[in-house]
Structure formats: structure tokens, C-alpha cells
Design a protein around this ligand. Structure first.
Ligand SMILES: [Zn+2]
Ligand SMILES: [Zn+2]
Length: 339
């Protein structure tokens, strides 16, 4: 099969004769659309110990079933599937924390390829049929949306709340869309890039330019009758900026550290904000199956429209270019497509 193989740090080699995945107890998926994610970019730089070359990257996918051992999934059906599912029987799974499961089931390989083999357990738990009205491109974004569903749920989100999203990259923007779908009374976004600010405004946010509009926390307070937003999402990886917005949440509010900081980085937290203002500091990465299924339903039913977030499309053969674009900071979501 054709595959875009991660062969060495910062190198993607397009290969036409990569070994086909073996059909197992689930089905083979012919991938039609796959998204490049921040995790893939970190892995390509060689910064992920568990993801070393040679391997195929990519975990956001949608395509067609081409060979199935499962009667529920027939050849030709349009399907999207999550990149993992919890084992279901470990203590973390039983505590509904599949994101922490150490025995996850994965597809045979990464999604930047023509085909991938989906094991039965993963298919049973997460595969969903894409309605005719929804494109492969939209369906491939169920995984990042699932991560944002988990993020917002861990903030104990309620309709009518206000939210400040710091950093309007793709994941920040997904928080904007989900907050809007879930009844936010006010959506605030702080973002230095004017193109991204303009898109955030289009999606219903009031925006803050850190270079011109001063302190984020003061601005957010002024936008919320002096109280501060109920939820603050840090969708960036700059420790100083994270520190500067912990006190931006209203008393009793929640600050979510969504953007992953390097392991060796520490941040300092104003203890009075936790104690006297009763602000909760939370964090998640990844998703649980229930978050993934909710994200899939929202996409399938048209409850959330992710199309405005697709900025670039490249054929799989030009995956290297796709990565360059994704790294440039100019892109929102870059998709790799198979005909
Ligand atoms: Zn992702
Ligand atoms: Zn488990």
C-alpha cells in the first residue's frame, strides 16, 4: 500500500510498496482523510520517546471498510474510528478513566497511509458510520473534538457559562465551537495572530490581542462584569502565559491546562486563588470512549460544524509538505487525503 512513513526526525518518506496491514478480527479501513495533529508534529521532531522511526504517524481518520470480519461493518461502508479504546476491565477503565488505561487497543498502524487494520474491540467500541451528509474530512475530526468534549466536561461545564480560551490554534478553536454549541453566554479568546482572531470572531468570540489590549485577566474581568469567566482554557504551551491566567477565572471557576507543557517545566500558582477564590485547576489529555461517541454524534447530526477549521488539504504523497504547513503556524487543520 501507499504510506507516508516517518523514517527519521523531520523526515516523511512517501512509499508506494509499504506492506499491507493484515485483516484481523475487525475490519480493514481504506483511509480517505486523516488529520495532522500537534502530537504528530512533536513526534516527527523526534520528541516523543514512545514514537520512534520508522513508523507511520496519524491518529485522526475516516474512510471506507474494504474487508470485514464483522457483520456490523460491510465493505463499502463509510466509517470513522477512534485511535484507541480502553481495555474495559482494568481499574482505570472501571473508574471511567479509559484515557489512563495501560492496556489500550490501537489500530495496526498510523493513519497516514492507504489502509489500516481496525481490531474488533476498537471497532465495537468506537467505529461509527458516517451519514451521507457528512464528509470524510469532517468525520476525521471526531478524535480532536472528543479531547475537547473531555476537557469541557472536566471543567463541569454548564449552559450559560462564560469561557476564556487562551490560544486560538485548532484545539483552542474547537473549544470555541463546543462552548458555542453548549450554550456559552460569552466566549472570550486571547490570541496574538490577527488571522486567527478574525476566525474566532467569525465563530462568535470576542477577541483580545495580547500586544495591544493589555493584561488578559484584567480584560477578561472587564468583559464579564468584573467577575471573570467561569472557565479558562489554556490552549498554548507557554508557561508564563499559563501562570498569568490562573487568577483570571471567577471565584469558584475552573482553569483547564489543556496545552501540554514539557515534562521538565513547572509553573507557579497563586495559592490564594485556589484557597480564597476557590478556583479549581484541572487538566486532561486524550478522551474516553463516551467523549468520542458524543463528538461523533455531534458531527454526524450536524450539531457542530467543523468545516470552517479545515485550512489545508494535501494528497498523501505530499505529506511532508502537509507537515511543513502544519508546523508553520499559518494553518488551522491540515488534512491528508487519499482518492
Ligand atoms: Zn489528535
Ligand atoms: Zn483498561
Amino acid at each position: 500500500m501507499k504510506a507516508a512513513v516517518f523514517t527519521a526526525p523531520n523526515m516523511i518518506a512517501y512509499q508506494e510498496n509499504y506492506p499491507d496491514p493484515k485483516p484481523g478480527d475487525g475490519f480493514l479501513l481504506r483511509i480517505r482523510a486523516s488529520g495532522i495533529c500537534g502530537t504528530d508534529i512533536k513526534a516527527l521532531a523526534g520528541n516523543r520517546p514512545g514514537m520512534q522511526p520508522p513508523m507511520i504517524l496519524g491518529h485522526e481518520m475516516a474512510g471506507e471498510v474494504i474487508d470485514s470480519a464483522m457483520p456490523e461493518f460491510q465493505t463499502g461502508e463509510r466509517v470513522s474510528v477512534a485511535p484507541y479504546a480502553g481495555c474495559g476491565i482494568c481499574k482505570f477503565c472501571l473508574e471511567e478513566r479509559e484515557d489512563q488505561c495501560k492496556h489500550k487497543t490501537f489500530p495496526s498502524d498510523g493513519a497516514f497511509a492507504e489502509k489500516v487494520s481496525v481490531p474488533k474491540l476498537l471497532a465495537q467500541k468506537t467505529a461509527w458510520k458516517i451519514p451521507a451528509s457528512i464528509s470524510f474530512e469532517e468525520a476525521s475530526m471526531a478524535e480532536p473534538l472528543a479531547c475537547v468534549v473531555f476537557s469541557m466536561k472536566s471543567c463541569r461545564w454548564e449552559p450559560g457559562w462564560s469561557i476564556l480560551v487562551v490560544g486560538a490554534g485548532f484545539m483552542g478553536m474547537l473549544h470555541v465551537l463546543l462552548a458555542s454549541a453548549w450554550g456559552a453566554s460569552k466566549i472570550l479568546v486571547s490570541e496574538p495572530n490577527p488571522v486567527r482572531r478574525a476566525l474566532a470572531q467569525q465563530l462568535g468570540a470576542i477577541t483580545h490581542d495580547p500586544a495591544a489590549d493589555g493584561d488578559i485577566a484584567k480584560w477578561a474581568a472587564a468583559q464579564t462584569n468584573g467577575s471573570g469567566p467561569h472557565v479558562v482554557i489554556t490552549a498554548i504551551a507557554i508557561p508564563e502565559v499559563v501562570e498569568s491566567v490562573i487568577d483570571a477565572a471567577r471565584p469558584g471557576g475552573v482553569v483547564h491546562l489543556f496545552g501540554g507543557l514539557p515534562k521538565d517545566k513547572t509553573i507557579s500558582v497563586p495559592s490564594y486563588a485556589i484557597h480564597y477564590k476557590s478556583i479549581s485547576l484541572v487538566g486532561t489529555s486524550g478522551f474516553r470512549t463516551r467523549d468520542y461517541m458524543l463528538a461523533a454524534d455531534m458531527i454526524a447530526n450536524g450539531t457542530i460544524d467543523l468545516k470552517p477549521l479545515i485550512s489545508n488539504r494535501f494528497p498523501l504523497a505530499n505529506a511532508q509538505q502537509g507537515f511543513e504547513m502544519a508546523k508553520s503556524g499559518e494553518a488551522m487543520k491540515v488534512l491528508l487525503l487519499n482518492e
